[in-house]
Design a protein around this ligand. Structure first.
Ligand code: FAD
Length: 492
């Protein structure tokens, strides 16, 4: 005999019953006073109570008595308005242990009692572990944030577009003190320029760059040095569409450690060594200038004598050897040439420093330190406007120091005249397309238009008094900027 076919309503009721019974979520149904009428097996599994121990009792049986009253007021407030409510409560299991319940309560409306709530449906699950993990995450985040915020190093996190998405108070202090919009960008630009290819390779392969020194200059203050480290980290996307995918974003972490104190000590030592070297160098330089002046002065008469000797030899013809005037002139020519050769041989050799990367802010600060006494005694104020971060240029640091020292001492000399009122020296550095511009301006009388090219000629001076070396400074400065080729320099 075939089994009786259940009517559709009975069949659906049975399915719903099994679904509720087998659900992994704790389900309870109460009357309008929260007296429990039904609980499913998951409810029993989570709370530890058997169904007969709770049916007929109030839902408050589960309360751990530490959930704030206001939460229950919200819950009941929503139910009384016919709405459902979802939130977290602290519940007590049968064995007295607490657990976090994520609960949704809903008024159950039946077609027969449309206007009044007869029953309530409660569904909850044990959210203790999820709560523990999210609290742990929040604690870790807070711990990391407080470590980063009190850390003596500046930290900035940049996204792939170079936007700073997170920074700490030490980083904000750099922004305020150095008056630079985004120090991170200045650091990256400086590293890109100074490291060239190796920066690009590290950047492309997301390799860390550690302890790279970057110098920051500012108007009216000491420079600052930072040991900078760049590292990368990958953030996995949290959006649902990345659940099975591997979407992630790269972030760049910049850590800047202020090493100015130790750098200043090193600088003081370097400056002392440089002063010692300079006084020896200056002695040699003035000797070179005096000897070059003497050679220059001697060369004219010797040229005249050689021309006269040649003329006399040609006049005397074959008997020139016995002609007393021709012999005397040749003797004078030889003596003159010998004197020039002796002076040239006595000239101290030019010191050759290997060319390397030079920071012109550093060079200009050195020059200002060296000229401090002269500037003070002439009552000259200095307006120093350095570019915050300057790319290095290839050059000989000593020669570049000599160049700018010459310009500064010329400016001091030009303004330090009796009755001259405006005495200011402006030094400015800036960058444009990787090129470094240096501006040295003084408020002296300036060089007359007609002499602006002439002042670069050797031994030309606008000053009347003739002193050893007078008039060679600018020609030397020009030689440093546009050095004659070695071949041309070595030609006699
Ligand atoms: P109570 O005096 O019971 O309630 C505190 C406040 O809630 C009161 O001041 C009052 O404003 C309001 N309130 C209580 N009962 C009513 C009511 N019948 N009508 C209007 N307002 C009312 N609580 C839990 O702690 N854990 C649970 O898992 C839980 N599940 C629930 C499931 C359902 C389906 C329902 C309807 C309620 C559930 N509750 C649950 C709430 C529970 O009924 C109690 O309100 C709560 O436990 C607080 O109990 P109490 O004795 O501390 O305070």
């Amino acid at each position: 005999m075939p089994a009786p076919v259940p009517t559709p309503t009975i069949f659906a009721d049975a399915i719903f019953h099994y679904a509720v019974e087998q659900s992994a979520i704790a389900i309870s149904i109460t009357d309008q006073h929260a007296n429990i009428l039904y609980v499913n097996p998951a409810f029993c599994a989570i709370t530890g109570y058997a169904a007969h121990e709770v049916v007929g009792h109030k839902q408050s049986l589960l309360s751990y008595k530490s959930t704030p009253k206001v939460v229950y007021q919200e819950l009941w407030g929503a139910l009384k308005k016919g709405r459902s409510w979802t939130g977290r409560l602290l519940n007590r299991r049968r064995d007295g242990s607490p657990y976090v319940a994520e609960l949704t309560v809903t008024p159950l409306k039946t077609p027969e009692h449309e206007d009044e709530d007869i029953n309530y449906l409660g569904m909850h699950w044990d959210a203790t572990e999820e709560h523990r993990l999210s609290r742990q995450l929040a604690n870790h985040k807070q711990l990391i944030e407080s470590v980063i915020s009190v850390a003596p190093v500046a930290v900035a996190l940049l996204d792939v577009d170079g936007r700073v998405v997170l920074d700490n108070p030490a980083y904000k202090r750099i922004v305020a003190e150095m008056k630079v919009d985004e120090p991170a960008h200045a650091v990256i630009e400086s590293l890109r320029h100074n490291l060239g290819d190796s920066f690009e390779k590290a950047f492309a392969s997301r390799r860390a760059l550690l302890n790279q020194e970057v110098r920051f200059d500012r108007a009216g203050g000491e420079p600052r040095w930072y040991a900078c480290s760049l590292s990368w980290f990958e953030e996995h996307h949290t959006s649902p569409d990345a659940f099975y995918g591997d979407g992630c974003s790269d972030y760049m972490l910049l850590v800047m450690h202020d090493i100015s104190a130790s750098k200043r000590q090193q600088e003081a030592l370097r400056l002392a060594a440089m002063r010692a070297m300079l006084s020896e160098g200056e002695l040699n330089q003035s000797l070179r200038e005096a000897l070059a002046g003497a050679v220059f002065q001697l060369q004219g008469p010797v040229n005249l004598i050689s021309a006269a000797a040649g003329l006399q030899r040609r006049r005397a013809g074959p008997g020139a050897g016995s002609d007393p005037l021709a012999r005397a002139l040749s003797e004078a020519q030889r003596a003159g040439e010998e004197a020039i050769a002796t002076l040239q041989a006595a000239m101290p050799p030019e010191p050759e420093e290997p060319s390397g990367p030079v920071n012109l802010n550093e060079v200009l600060r050195d020059v200002l330190m060296l000229e401090t006494d002269a500037l003070l005694s002439a009552g000259i104020t200095v307006d120093w406007h350095p570019a915050h971060v300057l790319p290095t240029v290839q050059g000989d640091p000593t020669a570049l120091r000599t160049l700018f020292r010459q310009l500064v001492s010329n400016a001091i000399e030009a303004m330090n005249v009796r009755g001259w009122k405006e005495r200011a020296l402006v030094l400015r550095t800036s960058t444009q397309n990787g090129q470094v511009d240096v501006e040295v301006t003084d408020t002296g009388p300036g060089i007359p238009e007609a002499l602006r090219l002439k002042v670069f000629e050797p031994f030309f001076s606008t000053k009347k008094a003739r002193a050893a070396g007078r008039g060679v400074g600018l020609s030397l400065a020009q030689e440093i900027v546009n050095p004659p080729s070695r071949h041309a320099r070595d030609r006699p």
